[in-house]
Design a protein around this ligand. Structure first.
Ligand code: MIC
Ligand code: SF4
Length: 647
């Protein structure tokens, strides 16, 4: 069999299982990353594992999300993370150094390595021929403790890119086209592997835009080969010795094939409130009036992204009704953009420059006005994600963002005839490489005190699965419920990430303000959901907070991959309707009963009695033996605890 790139990397890391689609495999993890909103939970879990030093080849803790210090909480978390890194042998990328995904592939990623990160956009790192996968914090903690990553062997889909993009059309339009075709749940159980002559026109940053937003399709990851473009990038990054070529075999086998003709693509945007709600920019001409434009995030904040925006904005002023905010993806990018006058051109045009970090992408600053309309180069436009529930978010390329910021309406750069200026934009000729904001692991055996602020509370541990559960439905939700719906993120809420009792109080608050009261009154409860429940971020809090509020099982039509793993890790049972029609026969507040839960779970078929309506329905537990064991024992942390007691 001629091997594709994905299977080559998995085969080189296989610890157990066979590489048959849908079967559970375990792979060795070479590198991990965490950041400051998932990191504290990951390290609180890691601390319980009694491991003196991380066992990976390299682990990096990034400080990039919670950069607004409105009170002590975020600053306290950052000090905690720094003390953890020092004690356990991690690199720490300091606040201001950039967004984890961008900095990681610039400074640490390597072709052929497996990277596990506690963030759904970890796949960004696959742009250089690595296999980078997102997970919850507990899975990352286990990887740092030397455990393999368990996952279902995904299908490998070959995305063949043909031809060249036209000026004004960019990598963002390739991934928006993928989302248009595949939808937000089309990638579940898949890895997209990009090949074809079209790769030649895509820089590493272009590729990273595509691998980044593969997460929006629910994909396990998306990967590009380690070709000469990657080689050149490693030379620029002064890391040539860490590069190696890694390509799929010629005429390699794939499970599915998708063809995209790059020359036929047009500028696209995702309309509110889902990244797959894609249309041509030209269809919106002069109809969508803007209040804000954001150029930034781990998706599109590269040097050439900013340079393209600057080329378009040069000599113009941002429309009087629009606030244009710009944040470079990394300090390296920012430094080069400063050196080359890109930033001053943006400032001259009226752009507001933010520090390198996530910022507006996840509502950490720059929330739009009430009913405001924001066009962003980031990756998610879920309702409320900007921090303003009543705002609408569109997603598009830097080219579309820049011309739209001038016009005040979403505008197609090709229709506007301004693409000539883009031909002058290139990647920087020389890179500024300076790692002085990365603290390397401590090499001495000097004891380190872990510094915990008052907001850092221990991670709650679930109970073993009871024989019988009788409980009410505390939430009855529809399709595509995001982790942003379950645990909203913005500056105020994200500062609560280290404190589960506090953050649990905002569970579902944006879409169901009475949920917490209801769940607390019931004591224990079930959640019922539609398709693709838990899509979006790797936010473990979307599993831990409901667990803390007494949710015992989530019964859905289907679940997003990372969220399902997070539920299992924290002992909340994920069940799927055998007959999706049963979903319609249940209502919020119904009382449900599950008898002999552990033994039913072992059989993978769980009958649920609807006590209120007087009928029963079947659910299936799509779980491996390992996962059933975790659930019966009340989650990974309880298992770790009992392992520690035995030692
Ligand atoms: C996001 O983009 O939603 C985040 C904030 O980076 C999350 C991480 C989290 O909320 O815990 C992600 O993508 O996983
Ligand atoms: Fe940060 Fe946004 Fe990227 Fe998440 S998607 S890591 S919030 S920039």
């Amino acid at each position: 069999m001629k091997q594709n790139l994905t299977r080559k990397i998995i085969a080189a890391h296989l610890v157990s299982g066979t590489m048959t689609v849908g079967e559970e495999i375990a792979v060795k993890v070479d590198q991990t990353l965490t950041h400051d909103v998932t990191g504290t939970q990951a390290y609180l879990a890691f601390e319980t594992m009694n491991v003196p030093r991380v066992k990976t080849e390299l682990s990096v803790s990034y400080v990039d999300h919670n950069l607004l210090y409105a009170d002590n909480k975020n600053a306290d978390d950052h000090v905690y993370l720094q003390s953890i890194a020092k004690k356990y042998g991690l690199y720490l990328s300091r606040a201001g150094n950039g967004i984890c995904h961008t900095v990681h592939f610039e400074r640490f990623g390597q072709p052929g390595k497996i990277l596990l990160g506690s963030d759904s956009h970890t796949p960004t790192g696959s742009a250089i021929g690595a296999l980078a996968i997102g997970a919850g914090g507990l899975d990352v903690a286990l990887a740092m403790a030397g455990e393999p990553l368990y996952l279902k062997m995904p299908k490998v889909v070959n995305v063949r890119l043909h031809g060249r993009l036209r000026p004004g059309v960019s990598a963002k339009d390739i991934i928006l086209e993928m989302l248009r075709r595949e939808t937000v749940k089309g990638g579940v159980g898949k890895i997209y592997e990009y090949t074809g002559d079209g790769l030649d026109c895509l820089s590493i940053y272009d590729r990273s835009t595509i691998t980044n937003m593969g997460a929006e399709m629910g994909a396990t990851t998306s990967v590009f080969p380690s070709d000469e473009v990657v080689h050149e990038f490693f030379i620029h990054q002064q890391r040539e010795e860490q590069w190696r070529p890694l390509l799929p075999d010629e005429e390699a086998d794939y499970d599915e094939v998708i063809d995209i003709d790059l020359a036929a693509l047009e500028p696209l945007v995702a309309q509110p409130d889902m990244p797959d709600n894609v249309c041509k920019v030209s269809e919106l001409a002069d109809t969508v009036k803007l209040d804000q434009v954001f150029i930034g995030s781990c998706t599109n904040a590269s040097y050439s992204d900013l340079a393209k925006a600057a080329a378009i904005l040069k000599g113009h002023t941002v429309h009087p009704d629009v606030s244009l905010v710009v944040a470079a993806g990394s300090r390296q990018i920012f430094a080069m953009a400063l050196r080359d006058g890109v930033i001053s051109t943006l400032v001259d045009a009226g752009a507001r420059i933010l520090e390198c970090g996530c910022g507006p992408c996840v509502g950490i600053g720059q929330a739009p006005r009430t009913n405001g309309v924001s066009l962003r180069t980031s990756n998610r436009n879920f309702k409320g994600r900007s921090g303003t529930l009543a705002a609408s978010i569109y997603l598009g390329s830097p080219e579309v963002a820049a011309i739209s910021a001038i016009k005040g309406y979403i505008t197609d750069p090709i229709q506007e005839g301004i693409t000539d200026v883009l031909s002058t934009v290139t990647e920087p000729s020389s890179y500024i490489v300076e790692d002085n904001m990365i603290i390397p692991p401590q090499t001495s055996a000097e004891p380190v005190e872990i510094i915990r602020g008052p907001n850092i509370k221990p991670m709650p541990i679930n109970e073993p699965l009871p024989q019988t559960i009788e409980a009410h439905v505390s939430a009855y939700r529809g399709d595509n419920i995001t982790t942003d719906d379950i645990i909203p993120a913005n500056a105020q809420f994200s500062a609560l990430r280290s404190n589960i009792p506090a953050i649990s109080q905002i569970t579902f608050s944006r879409i169901d303000p009475d949920f917490v009261k209801r769940a607390e009154a019931y004591g224990k409860s079930f959640i019922v959901g539609g398709e693709n429940y838990g899509q979006g971020s790797s936010r473990e809090h979307a599993a831990i907070a409901p667990m803390y509020l007494g949710v015992k099982a989530i019964i859905t039509k289907s679940l997003a991959r990372i969220h399902k793993n997070n539920l299992i890790n924290h002992g909340v049972v994920p069940l799927n309707f055998v007959d999706a029609a049963d979903y319609d026969r249940i209502a919020q507040d119904d009382e449900l009963r599950i008898e002999n839960f552990p033994s039913q779970l072992e059989s993978r078929k769980v009958t649920v009695i609807n006590v209120t309506k007087g009928f029963s329905f079947d659910t299936k537990a799509d779980l491996t033996d390992r996962e059933v064991n975790i659930l019966i024992n009340g989650g990974q942390l309880r298992l770790v605890q009992s392992k520690n007691q035995k030692q």
